[in-house]
Design a protein around this ligand. Structure first.
Ligand code: ACO
Length: 169
């Protein structure tokens, strides 16, 4: 019906605005989603009806495994600093993957409450109709330090899959 069509258009526009807001927060320059019809967006709506989280996922064919580097000796604080500042390296050997997390973002005041983890659970249940994605089928687009710490925890390994990065030699 016309009513649901209008409601649907409104949602699409709002999703585009939310993506812009997330990109600003991440410092991304990209103006538009490369291929919007190929992406699925998941929003986490808080009890007071605000967007508290956003996850944008896309179909991919392959990812590359992050190569673990030894964390130097030091205090817990020093190790966390090291983890946050270092660049990550990955294998040049592609491995099959199905789902790419293009962006994952949670409102700053609501982080560390399991919202990103819940959005990924929702993604795993809904990305491909009738099947539940395994963690090994998911890759993260060029992760930020926060993204890396989160992915390491969620995947249970620092050697998770990444994709869509710029190569620095
Ligand atoms: N530092 C250390 N460990 C972390 C961090 C962090 N900043 N964030 C998550 N973790 C780990 C923890 O082990 C955490 O469990 P705990 O809180 O019980 O210790 C576990 O991951 C689960 O974290 P969640 O609460 O599910 O994650 P959250 O809802 O806080 O969202 C996110 C994580 C999305 C990375 C958030 O910090 C964020 O929005 N950051 C800014 C935007 C950003 O950098 N996004 C990632 C970009 S990469 C990409 O988009 C592919």
């Amino acid at each position: 019906s016309m009513k649901s069509y209008t409601a649907c258009l409104l949602v699409v526009c709002q999703v585009e605005e939310i993506r812009e807001m997330v990109d600003n927060d991440l410092g991304f320059q990209q103006v538009e989603t490369k291929c919007p019809s190929q992406t699925k967006t998941f929003l986490f709506i808080s009890n007071d009806k605000k967007v508290a989280g956003c996850l944008i996922a896309e179909h991919i064919q392959e990812g590359y495994r992050v190569i673990e580097e030894a964390v130097p000796e030091g205090s817990e604080g020093e190790k966390v600093m090291f983890e946050r500042q270092r660049a990550w390296c990955c294998s040049t050997n592609p491995e099959p993957a199905l789902c790419g997390i293009s962006r994952i973002w949670v409102f700053s005041m609501m982080r560390r409450r399991g919202i990103a983890s819940r959005m990924i659970e929702c993604l795993r249940n809904n990305f491909i109709y009738g099947s539940y994605l395994s963690k090994e089928e998911i890759a993260f687009s060029d992760p930020t330090p926060d993204g890396k710490l989160f992915a390491t925890h969620y995947c249970g390994t620092s050697q998770f899959l990444v994709y869509n990065f710029n190569v620095v030699v």
